[in-house]
Design a binder for this molecule. Structure first.
Ligand SMILES: C[S@@+](CC[C@H](N)C(=O)[O-])C[C@H]1O[C@@H](n2cnc3c(N)ncnc32)[C@H](O)[C@@H]1O
Length: 337
C-alpha cells in the first residue's frame, strides 16, 4: 500500500516509504539514522514504532520547524542535526546504528519554494543552494569560464548539448547578468535542438548539473555513504534511494565492490592487488523501484531507485578506491571558476 504522507505541515510525499519500512524492520526497535530528513515523513513513520530512536540530518534550515515538532512529540527518541550527511561519523560517534537511510536529492518543499531557484519556472533568484554552501547557481553561470561551464553541464548533467548551452550562457551574460531561473531556462531552450519526442523539459539536465555542482552532491554522496558504513553495526542495513544515474552508479559500485561477493577482481588478478575491503555481506545487485500506483499518486517518485546492503563483521577501513573511481566528479566539484 502506498503511504500518502502529504499534509500541509509536511508538504513532501515520502518516496517508497512502505518498502523502506519493510526492509528496515522498525518493529524490532533500534537506532535509525535518517540522513535526509526533508519533510520528516520517514522519521515520523519510524518513530511510530515505540522502541526506535531516530537521529536525523538535513543541511537545509527550511525544515527546522518540522524537526522541532517531532522533537516536541518524541523528546527522548528523536534528535536532529542541521548538518551535511558527510559529517555523520563525527556526530554519531558514540554508538552504532542499526539502519541508515539516504533519500537523496531535493524535497518538494525546496523545489516549490520559487525563491530558491531550483525550478525552471521560477522568475526569482537563481540560487539552488540546499544550505551549508557559499556558492549559488547565479555565481556559477555569471562568473565561470565557458570551458568550466561546459564541463559542469556535460559531466554532472550528462547533457549532450553542453557546448552550445555554455557558449550561449557566455553570450547572453555579456549583455545582461543572468539572475532568474526562467531566464536561464530560456537560454537553454534556445540552445537545444527541438526534439518533440523528448519527454523531459530541455532545462532538466542543466539545472541538475548546476544544483549538483553548487551543493557538491557527488562529494557528499561518496563521503556520506562511506562514513555511514563506519558507524553501522555488523548486520545493520544501509539503504539509499537515488534519483539519477550518477548517484545510482556510485551506490551500486560501493555496495558491489566492497561486499564479500565483489564482482570486481578476477581470479587471475594477483592476490595482493585485489580489493580486500569487505564492508558488506553478499550483495544482491537488486534495484527496488516504486510501484505503478505510487508513480501515479506521486509522479516525482518515477525515477527513484532503492538499493540496500548489509554491513559485514569486518572492521571499517575507508574505501579509498571510491575516491579514485569517481575522481573525475570529485575533482570537478572541487574546482573553481
Ligand atoms: C528527498 S528529500 C528527503 C525526504 C524525506 N525522506 C521525507 O520523507 O520527507 C532530501 C532531503 O535531503 C537533504 N539533503 C540533500 N543532501 C544532503 C546532504 N549532503 N546532507 C544533509 N542533507 C541533505 C535535502 O535538503 C532534502 O531536504
Amino acid at each position: 500500500m502506498v503511504n500518502p504522507t502529504y499534509s500541509p505541515k509536511s508538504p513532501h510525499v515520502s518516496v517508497m516509504l512502505d518498502e523502506i519500512i519493510n526492509l528496515s524492520n522498525p518493529e524490532k526497535g533500534g537506532i535509525f539514522v535518517d540522513c535526509t530528513f526533508g519533510g520528516g515523513g520517514l522519521s515520523k513513520k519510524i518513530l511510530q514504532f515505540s522502541n526506535t530512536k531516530v537521529i536525523a540530518f538535513d543541511r537545509d534550515k527550511i525544515i527546522l520547524n518540522f524537526a522541532k515538532d517531532l522533537k516536541k512529540k518524541y523528546p527522548t527518541r528523536f534528535s536532529f542535526f542541521q548538518n551535511k550527511f558527510s559529517q555523520i561519523h563525527n556526530i554519531v560517534n558514540d554508538q552504532l546504528a542499526d539502519v541508515i537511510i539516504f533519500d537523496l536529492g531535493l524535497s518538494s518543499i525546496q523545489l516549490n519554494d520559487l525563491k530558491r531557484g531550483f525550478s525552471f519556472k521560477s522568475e526569482q533568484a537563481l540560487d539552488m543552494s540546499m544550505g551549508l554552501t557559499n556558492l549559488s547557481a547565479e555565481d556559477v553561470v555569471n562568473n565561470y569560464s565557458e570551458k568550466k561551464l561546459k564541463l559542469i553541464i556535460k559531466i554532472l548533467g550528462e547533457e549532450k548539448d553542453a557546448s552550445k548551452i555554455a557558449k550561449n550562457i557566455i553570450k547572453s551574460r555579456a549583455t545582461k547578468k543572468i539572475t532568474r531561473a526562467n531566464q536561464l531556462a530560456e537560454i537553454i531552450n534556445k540552445s537545444k535542438k527541438r526534439n518533440y519526442s523528448q519527454k523531459i523539459n530541455p532545462s532538466t539536465k542543466t539545472f541538475q548539473a548546476l544544483r549538483i555542482f553548487v551543493n557538491k552532491e557527488i562529494t557528499e554522496l561518496v563521503m556520506g555513504i562511506a562514513n555511514a558504513t563506519k558507524i553501522l553495526r555488523p548486520g545493520g542495513k544501509i539503504l539509499v534511494i537515488s534519483f539519477h544515474s550518477i548517484e545510482d552508479k556510485i551506490v551500486k559500485y560501493f555496495f558491489n565492490n566492497f561486499s564479500l561477493n565483489r564482482s570486481n577482481p578476477s581470479r587471475y588478478f594477483p592476490e595482493n592487488k585485489k580489493n580486500n575491503i569487505n564492508l558488506f555481506e553478499r550483495y544482491k545487485n537488486q534495484i527496488i523501484k516504486p510501484s505503478n500506483i505510487e508513480i501515479i499518486k506521486n509522479p516525482p517518485s518515477r525515477s527513484a531507485k532503492l538499493r540496500y546492503a548489509i554491513r559485514s563483521k569486518n572492521s571499517f577501513i575507508f574505501p579509498e578506491k571510491m575516491k579514485i573511481k569517481f575522481k573525475r566528479y570529485l575533482d570537478l566539484e572541487r574546482s573553481h571558476a
